[in-house]
Design a protein around this ligand. Structure first.
Ligand code: AP5
Ligand code: ZN
Length: 217
């Protein structure tokens, strides 16, 4: 299956993607995690992406599309993938369609996670992520690690993301409404969108997501 996960910052895309990718046996491809890995390794791509990310802006398409295509072209993604955070504007959505068409492939579903803005703010304020792998995501109150400040998955140190401070979060929400939301209509016109509520326990949301995708959690 080839799936796109869409929703505002803090909706729980990364959290759900970890479970969905496991259930569906497809890789979780997060452009945010790819950028953060490049930043921690100090690559030129990471250096370029960091200034945009810290300001809450999108990294330019000229950088992002090539990086996403490289990742989708890897062997483990041949049978399908779960995209998280890509595409994020109409240009990227059109580029993805063209990329898949060129390979005789298409998307199967777009899962839209709906969550009110006050909940987003609470989720982001308490988010803690792993220094070793930013796809290991916790919450100081709602999704606590077994030992405070320590990643359950790999033992790495947990910290607060640089772009999770209040001003940047507000900017990211603005960018989401202006640039990312229009892709939902773009995909709705292709009959691909299922919208589910992302409120409730993590496992409840996973169940809703799996049933929207036509499977069992
Ligand atoms: P990215 O990393 O994609 O961030 P985002 O879209 O803003 O999404 P988040 O990671 O903030 O939230 P999420 O929905 O994954 O929520 P999570 O599961 O962590 O992008 C960051 C930046 O990179 C962008 O601003 C941009 O600069 C750049 N970028 C990335 N992709 C790009 C692209 N395609 N083009 C251009 N630029 C790009 O959950 C949030 C918190 O809530 C966690 O603490 C979690 O434990 C908790 N939580 C989750 N589910 C629940 C629940 N059900 N109940 C209670 N708490 C919950
Ligand atoms: Zn970890």
């Amino acid at each position: 299956m080839r799936i796109v996960l869409v929703g505002p910052p803090g909706a729980g895309k990364g959290t759900q993607a970890a479970y969905l990718a496991k259930n569906l046996a497809i890789p979780h491809i997060s452009t945010g995690d790819l950028f953060r890995a490049n930043i921690s390794q100090g690559t030129p791509l990471g250096v370029e992406a960091k200034s945009y990310m810290d300001a809450g802006n999108l990294v330019p398409d000229s950088v992002t599309i090539g990086m996403a295509e490289d990742r989708m072209g890897q062997a483990d993604a041949a049978e399908g993938f779960l995209l998280d955070g890509f595409p994020r504007n109409l240009g990227q959505a059109e580029a993805l369609d063209a990329y898949l068409q060129g390979k005789g492939l298409k998307l199967d579903a777009v899962l839209d996670l709906e969550v009110p803005e006050d909940e987003v703010v609470k989720r982001i304020a308490g988010r803690r992520i792993c220094r070793k792998d930013s796809s290991h995501v916790f919450h100081a109150e709602y999704n606590k690690p077994a030992a405070e400040g320590v990643c359950d998955v790999c033992g790495g140190e947990l910290y607060q993301r640089e772009d999770d401070h209040e001003d940047t979060v507000r900017k990211r929400l603005e960018v989401y409404h202006a640039e990312t939301e229009p892709i939902i209509d773009f995909y709705r016109a292709q009959g691909l969108v299922s919208t589910i509520s992302a409120l409730g326990k993590v496992a409840e949301v996973t169940e809703r997501a799996m049933s929207a995708l036509g499977g069992d959690a």
